[in-house]
Write a protein that binds this ligand. Sequence first.
Ligand code: PMV
Length: 330
Amino acid sequence: MVVASAPGKVYLFGEHAVVYGEPAVPCAIERRATVTVERRADGKLKVHASDLTLDGFTVEYDDDADARPDVDVADSLIDAAVGYVNGAIEQARDAAGAPEVGFDITVESDIPLGAGLGSSAAVVVAGIAAGTRELGVDLPTEEIADRAYRVEYDVQDGQASRADTFCSAVGGAVRVEGDDCRSIEGVGNLPFVIGYDGGAGDTGQLVAGVRSLRDRYEFAADTVETIGDIVRRGEGVLAEGDLEELGGLMDFNHGLLSALGVSSRSLDAMVWAAREADAYGAKLTGAGGGGCIVALDESRSARTALEYTPDCEAAFRAELDAEGVRIEST
Ligand code: PMV
């Protein structure tokens, strides 16, 4: 039996613009998904996921069987959750050259689902690491990231950048521009505070909305490019560790995302609560529409302000996690 974990992430800068070839800077956070994998003799997969925002489900199925967990959540969420786990296991089997092998799989996660914190990428990355190790194969981190990206790409119908999967696999702060992914070295402590509205945005729909604005208006295309300029500026500031300026750039980035139509009333309410509590800056993270905001604040005040914000269901500190995927036990 092998247990592996991988972190979620926030976007410090650059979501949406990354879809059009601009750079983005995701940062791994100290919130993890943990996947336990144990080989089965009968070639079946049995998946138990108890701790996701889904109510928790258990399902036993062959690869091609149409089995479906009996829980009261949207089919699309179930399809996605099962698709990510299946995809991870397929990649592990492929990497080990063992296409027929069966597994018992348990997924636990303290990353809210579909809320801009990279929960699916963390599950896939940890799943591939655990599955391959259980089969006696030790994949390099870059290959885990690449295989995880392929799973996300398939499950999300081609609407996936390499940002979430690369960041979850290698940890720390990373820079992603198209297929070019690299770690940003020498980043100091980043005091992230996260506010979660309890909801989730529809990534496909939000990406399509930005695309149509960008096709229609030159100033929307300019807005996307300006987000790229913020990222390029932000990288230098990150290296200097100037939290004050980083926060200002996060505020700017949020304003442009808002102009592109991907914020929401609850995300804006949380962003303003954090700013009024003297956070260095705050912005939505991920696709938007609902889900999470990330603020930069060393004190307790942004978190407390978020806890008193009616639109905020949960607020927590989640500092930069320098470590990516790791084997917890074998
Ligand atoms: O909500 P998330 O964490 O999956 O982020 C989506 C980020 C986008 O830039 C909007 C899309 C992408 O795949 O990069």
